[in-house]
Ligand binder design. Structure first.
Ligand SMILES: NC(=O)c1ccc[n+]([C@@H]2O[C@H](COP(=O)([O-])OP(=O)(O)OC[C@H]3O[C@@H](n4cnc5c(N)ncnc54)[C@H](OP(=O)(O)O)[C@@H]3O)[C@@H](O)[C@H]2O)c1
Length: 245
């Protein structure tokens, strides 16, 4: 089986690392790619075809993992040449996912959950063809949510609604604890109910949020846009907080 990759960043690299089988080979292309991506393709020793169109035409499964901004364009340009499953793993909205479904015949909606370099990420899938990817269970945890395209994208966004808003509350509480010189006790008292790893997880989450606050703000804006029928008072407050970081 041949798995084609459109995009060879952190997501694709982790898939190549995890999906190891004599029966499966990966292909991609260096067409118009940056030095760092070309270097990664060489380092992982993945076969590179002259164009992404060649990749699309040669793959049994074509995976789009590039960027939310180019996900639709990728489907329009290459997805139309895919003869097997087209798995979109970009962090995109339900609407964009449904748009992609208009260009691509055999779309499966996917969301990778968990740290991206993790040894055991979970792959949530939706769509009527999702069960064709159940064989990946041998390499990572695969869960099928439903037969509806858009459900995996929505679930990922719902997760972000919770985690990103919580990060804003965490940063605010931690700053207040510091102002009162009760930093250590702050972590201790919450760890009683949240578990022993609360401090380490929180510090890592705070660091990650502070160094990516612009991207986090954009993600919250996307959440507000996508769930525009919902109140989302807390999400709006988190956005205001991130914009001031
Ligand atoms: N990182 C995460 O934790 C995570 C988790 C789940 C889902 N996702 C989603 O998965 C996607 C990939 O994430 P990532 O972390 O792997 O990103 P990344 O590390 O930034 O890598 C993106 C890759 O896509 C390539 N690319 C960009 N535009 C392209 C195009 N038009 N045609 C072909 N290749 C293109 C980039 O090549 P160049 O270097 O040449 O630009 C790079 O190889 C994103 O949509 C993201 O939202 C990410």
């Amino acid at each position: 089986m041949i798995i084609g990759l459109i995009g060879f960043g952190k997501v694709s690299q982790n898939l190549v690392k995890l999906i190891r089988s004599d029966e499966i080979s990966f292909i991609t292309s260096k067409e118009n790619r940056s030095e760092s991506t070309i270097e990664a393709i060489d380092r992982f020793d993945v076969e590179s075809l002259p164009t992404f169109e060649d990749v699309a035409k040669s793959s049994d499964i074509l995976i789009s993992a590039n960027s939310p901004k180019v996900a639709l364009d990728t489907a329009e340009k290459y997805g139309i040449h895919a003869r097997g499953i087209y798995l979109d793993l970009n962090n995109i909205s339900r609407e964009t996912t449904l748009d992609i479904g208009r260009h691509v015949e055999n779309l499966v909606d996917g969301a990778v959950i968990g740290k991206i370099d993790s040894d055991n990420p979970t792959l949530f899938l939706s769509g009527r063809l999702a069960d064709k990817l159940l064989f990946l269970n041998e390499f990572l945890d695969v869960r099928i949510i439903s037969k509806e395209i858009g459900d995996a994208a929505t679930l990922k966004l719902l997760r972000s609604t919770y985690t990103k808003t919580l990060s804003a509350v965490l940063i605010e509480s931690y700053q207040t604890a510091k102002d009162y010189n009760l930093e250590r006790e702050f972590f201790e008292v919450i760890a009683i109910t949240e578990g022993d790893d609360f401090k380490d997880n929180s510090l890592s989450r705070i660091k990650n949020t502070l160094s990516n606050s612009k991207r986090k703000s954009e993600e919250l804006e996307e959440i507000i846009r996508c769930f525009d029928a919902e109140e989302l008072t807390m999400v709006r407050a988190a956005l205001e907080k991130f914009n001031r970081l």
